[in-house]
Each structure stands twice: as C-alpha cells, then as structure tokens.
Design a protein around this ligand. Sequence first.
Ligand code: PLP
Length: 425
Amino acid sequence: MDDRDSRVGDDVDKGGDDGDRFETRAVTYGEAGARTGAARDVVTPIHLTTTYEVPGLDPDADLETLDPDAGEFLYSRLSNQTRNALEHRLAALEGGEHAFAFASGTAAITTAVTAVVHPGDHVVAFEDLYGGTRSLLTRLFRDRFAVDVTFVDARDPEAVAEAARPDTTLFWMETPTNPLLRLCDIEAIAEVADDCGAVLGVDNTFLGPMFQHPLDLGADLVVHSTTKYLNGHSDSLGGALVTDDADLADEVAFLQRVGMGNVMASFDAYMVLRGTKTLPLRMRAHEANATAVAEFFEGHDGVRAVHYPGLETHPQHDLATRQMDGFGGVVSVELDADLAGVERFLGALEHFPLAVSLGGVESLVEHPATMTHSPLSQAERDDLGITDGLLRFSVGVEHREDLIADLKRGFAALDGVEVVVSDDD
Ligand SMILES: *Cc1c(COP(=O)(O)O)cnc(C)c1O
C-alpha cells in the first residue's frame, strides 16, 4: 500500500457506522435495513411498490419529513426502502450527514442550485464546467429566473474572490474539470465562500467519494453523477447530493420529493448499491491504468500535451497531491494532429469505443470539440483550450498492456503506417 491508499484506509471517522473504513462502508453500510424482513435478506431488494398500507389515520403526519428509518412509508416518491438504503450508503461514503439520490446527476445539480439561490442572487462558477451544468446555470437560472452567473478561472482562488459580490449566494466548482483536468483549491474557495456567507457546492463526479472529500475541505454540499464511477458499469443514470447542513437538507428534501419529484428509481438505487461495493477495487484499477496510459502518452512524440493530475508535469500536481487521495481514471491528450489525423487514430482503436460519459469499467474515448463541447462556440473552445486534437480517455479496468497496444495501433494509423493486428494482440 502506498501512502495514498493508507490515507483512504485511515479515514475512519467519516460517517461510518462505528468508524469503519471506506472499503467496509462501501460494501455494507446502509444494507442492514434489508435484514428487517421475515427472510433477513443480506442484499437490499428492489422495492417496486409505489404505495404502502398505513396503520391508520394520523392527523399529525407531515409528508415532507417522513422518516424511513422510523418505518414511515406512505408513497414511494416520498420514501422508498431501496432508495433509503442507497442514501445511507452515499452519506457514509461521502462522509456527510444527509444524502439524497436523484434521477440523474443533472437533477442533483438543478436541485442543489434551486435550494440555494433566489431571483436576483449571483453565482460564481468555474468556467471549465461540465457542459450541462453550464447550460442549466445560464439557460435556466440566468435567463428564466434572473440569477446572475459569473464564470471564472477558478484555478486562481483570487479570481474567485474578485468575482464575488454582496449578492453572491453560491459558488459552484468542479475539480478536476472536464476535459482539461484543471483543479481548484477547495479549501481556499471555501474560505472565500465563508467570507461572503455563501454556499460552496462541489461536483465530485470525476474522482468520486474515495479520492476526494470536499465536505472535509469546507464545501457545504457535494453532488455526484452516480452514472459515472459510483455505479461504475455504464448501465444506470442517477445523481446524489450530500450535505452536513440540516437546513439545506430540509430544503433539498422538499425539492427532491415534493417541489420537483426528482427521485432515483428503486431499480437504479439497487444498481448503485451494487456498484458501490466494488468502488474501492475499481478506483485503484482505474487509477493504475490511467497512470500507465498518461505515462505512455507523455513519452510519445505524437502528443502535444497530456493532462493528468498524477503526472509531475501537471501544473497543479502539488495541489493534486495535497487535496486528493487519488488521481482518478480520466486522461486527456492533445494529439499533434488535425481532425483527419484524429479520425485515423480513433478508427484504429479497438478497446476505446468513441462515446461520451466516463467512469465505467470499460474504457471509452471522446472528442470534446465535436462531442461534449460542441455546443460551445469556436471562440469559447479556443479560450478554454479545447482544440481539434484533444481527446478525453476514460480509462477502464482492462489489462493495461492491451490498452497501450491499442493506443500504439492508433498512432500507427495516425502516421499512415499499415498495422497488422494478430489474433493474440
Ligand atoms: C455526467 C456528469 C454530470 C451530469 O450527470 P448525469 O447523470 O448525466 O445527469 C454532471 N457533472 C459531471 C462532472 C459529469 O461528468
């Protein structure tokens, strides 16, 4: 075990039942609720019922605060056993008091922003954000609900402080960002947010709850697209929000269950419960393979730049080492090629299907300029540094030698060299 592994393992007091370590929480926490039925299931079943028989009339019942832990079930949008089990698991993994599972990561983000901002408020956000988040902040909150938004290069905490105004109520950050793997200093930005009496929300999707703990660094709320690493198998859409703030949690509970009805379906809750059990195993494998892929690219002269926070050449490698417990599974690379060259490279790959999304056990590659970041204008892409040569790899858990052999095939095709792929390749 290297230092980083043991730091994860020593992380004993974060929401775990009796101070259990991350790997233990990932397998068991939340699941105990399954053992209340007559058969004492070891694994939480998928509870599909939409409604529950109640014991009798209760004039004092409060629909918004039904407590599933106290056996309060009425209607599945309000509380559901499978979703409840997952919410306990998510709280334990992220080290927070209150967790909520949503129909998508986007639903978690929309709910988080709605829970904090009012018309006339101001939001400061990292300019290099997930495209959907950028769109919802501008097209929904700014254009419809009169919430002003300023995008800043949050690599510099001073720039974040300078963008703050008396009416700023929310700071919204991602780190590392997509696709350029830029970082922001969560602790420094949490101080800025504190000084403004504002909320800091962090989208922790890219690293997941094992490799980064924003709540410990001062964030007020954390969101995830569980679609990515938490579920980990590219077969379930979902989102999560975790916070220690009881008032914020009440508002989120209202929005999730009543105001928006943005709940995760019990089938998906089951899938994510299952996926999280192997999260620690998968994250270590993703990271080891991503490191090998990043090092391979770094040594190749067909590459203009490699973006991976684990490389010593990453401009924020020190911050990465300080703030993160692992460097994750996403590597971006700028090939020394035009669009036609990139197409030749991609066409030769067998182990990296061209597809958006990330965080599954299978490797994927995507081309930001024409896929995830195509809604941006050419000028916006140029400003951010998203060139035609840029590719983002979500490195899976396959054997790393197979992945690297595949990338060699890509470079051979890029250079116009005929490659013969043998059966045992
Ligand atoms: C995928 C993703 C989202 C959106 O999540 P969905 O589950 O697709 O709605 C938000 N943030 C980041 C960083 C993502 O990668």
